[in-house]
Design a binder for this molecule. Structure first.
Ligand code: NAI
Ligand code: MG
Length: 326
């Protein structure tokens, strides 16, 4: 029995969460869901976007499922990542049939450092203009690179690519690159290669199939993963995981989509794939694989698709079609 904290949030967050829970309920696994409030509605109702109660709930659960927040997203999701120390941000880039993917055989994972780099929030004004500090530590670099190699090993991948700009950012990215190769020595069976981030941005467009696992610092990971979402075509399909040593949170990349909220037309696949990533994290690999295969089948058969995928089905119908195949 897994204890899951469920935080649907605002807008389509609620609709896609219901859909994902329906799919989880049709696996052979046992879950105890505990619901927590957060987001714009919560702010209106209780005066705070992320109540202490919800943080407590997240901390004591085996995993957290998060839908989406609205305007309060920064106060909710960024804060949750910090208080739970979720240092690894995983965003899979994979082509699915019946989508606007540039190629049909893309399948790699971006492992983004989630706690430091350009996003430490150390900005200040100076006499001439403004300064942003970029912090790279040996500890966080080793931790994220080790995560990437372990991930590669666990998932049968053969190569990890370290991405940096060490020719210009000689000290900070020099350190990241050094720790990348230091950690790689522990994983003799996994190939290690490194590229500059600008070249990587081009290779993602010209030969994305050559990547298996990319590990990089915070800002570069943020940019490259949005590029990744672009090359496989579609916000409704992209899940993500935020992982730490004492907790994990799974969420679709999209927001609360107020333009389509309440209409039952949101694509639930990004949320369902996020739940699938949760199962992988809980080492329920067989059930995770079944969900992936069910999604593939539904897409291939053009069965019960939501409008963004060219169909006219509802959020719940698409979820039911996936659940039926489990
Ligand atoms: P958004 O991701 O909510 O929507 C962008 C566009 O994609 C919209 O046209 C929407 O209808 C469409 N879309 C998104 N998810 C979809 C799905 N599952 N199926 C079909 N179409 C989908 O981003 P936007 O519009 O920039 O932000 C809306 C609100 O969401 C804002 O208040 C923003 O702060 C919040 N937000 C929250 C995030 C989070 O909680 N992690 C992340 C991004 C935005
Ligand atoms: Mg981003």
């Amino acid at each position: 029995m897994y204890k899951i904290a469920v935080i649907p949030g605002d807008g389509i967050g609620k609709e896609v969460m219901d859909a994902a829970i329906h799919v989880l309920d049709n696996t052979g696994l046992n879950f105890k869901y505990e619901y927590g409030e957060a987001g714009d509605e919560c702010l209106d109702n209780c005066g705070i976007a992320l109540p202490e109660e919800t943080i407590k709930l997240a901390k004591k659960s085996d995993s957290v499922l998060f839908g989406a927040a609205g305007e309060s997203a920064a106060d909710v999701i960024v804060k949750l990542r910090q208080v739970l120390d979720l240092y690894a941000n995983l965003r899979p880039v994979k082509s699915y049939p019946q989508t606007k993917s540039l190629f049909n055989d893309i399948d790699f994972m971006i492992v983004r450092e989630n706690t430091e780099g350009m996003y430490v929030g150390l900005e200040s004004e100076s006499d001439e203009g403004a300064i942003a500090e970029r912090i790279i530590t040996a500890k966080a670099s080793k931790r994220i690179c080790d995560y990437a190699f372990k991930y590669a090993q666990k998932t049968g991948r053969t190569k990890v690519t370290g991405v940096h700009k060490a020719n210009v950012l000689k000290i900070t990215d020099g350190l990241f690159k050094e720790k990348f190769y230091e950690i790689s020595e522990k994983y003799g069976d996994i190939e290690a290669e490194d590229y500059y981030v600008d070249a990587t941005a081009m290779y993602l467009l010209t030969r994305p199939q050559s990547f298996e696992v990319i590990v990089t610092t915070n800002l570069f990971g943020d940019i490259l993963s949005d590029e990744g979402a672009g090359i496989v075509g579609g916000l409704g399909l992209i899940p993500s995981a935020n992982i730490g040593d004492n907790g994990a949170l799974f969420e679709p990349v999209h927001g609360s989509a107020p333009d389509i909220a309440g209409k039952q037309i949101a694509n639930p696949i990004a949320m369902i794939l996020s739940a699938k990533m949760m199962l992988e994290h809980l080492n329920e690999l067989e059930e995770a694989k079944k969900i992936d295969e069910a999604i593939l089948t539904v897409l291939k058969n053009k069965e019960s698709l939501t409008p963004d995928l060219g169909g006219n089905s509802t959020t719940n119908d698409l979820a039911k079609a996936i659940a039926k195949l489990l």
